[in-house]
Write a protein that binds this ligand. Structure first.
Ligand code: HEM
Length: 445
């Protein structure tokens, strides 16, 4: 398991953070980002940075389940905005593909050979099972799914609880600090380091890489996209080293070792193994982190709900679901139509991309009453789509839920109340939905 004693700084680069690089590029040249001419083009990131996406999606939902955007920096696409339409699409994975060969799982398209040649770039792609269709997806998901069952997770409870408790006890009292940096990032990377036996001193690299990997906006700014590719190549080199080290060791209890030594590994080529490793370690990172920040922000915005939590800790499990619904840390996933189809009164042609806006589905009033309000007693909070739906539903959902539940339980034990007490800055992106800074102060209840 990860050793916390070896606390030497990493020798790999952890700067600049993706959000800072994008800010700097836009400051130097405000025109660097292409325009979004259409009213309902919700791929524009300013609506997330400024937290004003809610009425736009509400207007779209009132007008229909899906709407076509013809002209956007990401090309033409369908915005799928209702809960029922997203579930419907995700239940038909043959008709609506996740495969990277069609373009993958985000609004950002895969470049074709001509585009790569024009940019003078080599193709660099890591195949991951999140971006594969059946039957390949099924086989690869099976190699990791057993590590996330309730019994496998139970073994981790104590270690996560202990680390969470220690971290909460170390937080400053009577002074303002950044919850994102001190808590959300620390707890998330620490948990992943434990699960994968990832070198402790390097755990902040996970945040650095996941930010660069998940930032679809960066790819629109040419020089930043070159930088992004370099950073992702470094990440691949790091994981390759880790894999070689682990393959030459006795099998251990960590997930990397288990994956290497599992019989199903024979069916994965080295690129796929690497891709899946990155998916697990990096994919579980910004999502959980941003929910940890989202909980604090939402409790501060809805103090009646924070009070309920303080008075009745038996609400914690449901509060976790409700906070995940409310935050929805991945704003969208994408599918590509493999054939022409009729979808809720619209004709979708083969090859067209469909953006499944989980952020909108989770505010769908036909499913969630008073959807813009946090309600930790909400009976159907579990119906949220923040983990997706169907064959690709998040494999790490139980682990994320466990971490969030433990965080709330340990805060409750310490009678810790966290107030927003300074800057709140959100991520400029249309894929990851979260916070880059959340200044808070701790008191007691
Ligand atoms: C897939 C969200 C935490 C690993 C997904 C998907 C979403 C998602 C939306 C795609 C679902 C779809 O296409 O239908 C989240 C959220 C999390 C979280 C909101 C935290 C609150 C984690 C963690 C891990 C993880 C902690 C692992 C350590 C994965 C993997 C997949 C996935 C491997 C691919 C599953 C497949 O394609 O079969 N997640 N995730 N996630 N997630 Fe998570």
């Amino acid at each position: 398991m990860a050793t916390q004693a070896a606390e030497k700084p990493t020798t790999w680069r952890t700067e600049p953070r993706a959000v800072d690089a994008l800010d700097a590029a836009l400051k130097a040249n405000p025109q660097a980002m292409p325009a979004h001419p259409e009213k309902w083009d919700v791929s524009r990131s300013d609506i997330y940075v400024e937290d004003r996406w809610q009425p736009i999606f509400a207007e779209m939902r009132a007008a229909g389940d899906l709407h076509k955007v013809e002209d956007s920096p990401y090309g033409p696409h369908w915005n799928v905005v209702s809960h029922k339409a997203i579930q419907h699409i995700e239940a038909l994975p043959e008709l609506y593909s996740s495969s990277w060969e069609y373009g993958g799982i985000t609004i950002l398209d895969r470049m074709d050979d001509a585009q790569l040649e024009e940019l003078g770039r080599e193709r660099f792609e890591l195949p991951m099972f999140i971006a594969m269709d059946r039957p390949k997806h099924t086989g690869q998901r099976r190699t990791v799914a057993p590590k996330f069952t309730p019994s496998a997770m139970a073994g981790m409870d104590d270690e996560i609880r202990q680390r969470t408790g220690e971290l909460l006890d170390s937080l400053p009292r009577g002074e303002v600090f950044d919850w994102v940096d001190k808590v959300s990032i620390e707890l998330t990377t620490g948990m992943l380091a434990i699960l994968f036996d990832f070198p402790w001193k390097d755990r902040r690299l996970l945040t650095f890489w996941s930010d660069w990997a998940g930032d679809t906006e960066i790819a629109l700014v040419r020089e930043l996209d070159d930088q992004r590719m370099d950073i992702l190549r470094e990440m691949a080199a790091y994981f390759q080293q880790l894999w070689i080290e682990r393959a030459n060791k006795e099998p251990g209890p960590d997930l990397i070792s288990m994956m290497i030594h599992s019989p199903a590994m024979n069916q994965m080529d080295p690129q796929e193994f690497m891709g899946n490793l990155v998916l697990l370690i990096v994919g579980g990172n910004d999502t959980t982190r941003n929910t940890m920040s989202g909980i604090i922000h939402a409790f501060d915005k809805f103090p009646d709900q924070r009070k309920l939590f303080e008075e009745d800790p038996s609400l914690i499990s449901n509060a976790v679901q409700e906070c995940i619904r409310y935050q929805t840390p991945l704003a969208h996933m994408r599918r590509t139509a493999t054939e022409d189809s009729e979808l809720f009164g619209q004709t979708v042609k083969a090859g067209e991309k469909l953006i499944l806006w989980y952020l909108s589905a989770n505010r769908d009033e036909t499913v969630f009453e008073n959807a813009d309000k946090l309600d930790i007693t909400r009976e159907n909070a579990r119906r949220h789509l923040a983990f997706g739906y169907g064959i690709h539903r998040c494999v790490g959902a139980r682990l994320a839920e466990m971490q969030l539940r433990i965080l709330l339980e340990e805060m409750h034990k310490r009678r810790m109340r966290v107030h927003v007490a300074g800057d709140v800055e959100r991520v400029r992106a249309n894929f990851v939905h979260g916070f880059r800074k959340l200044e808070v102060e701790i008191t007691e209840f």
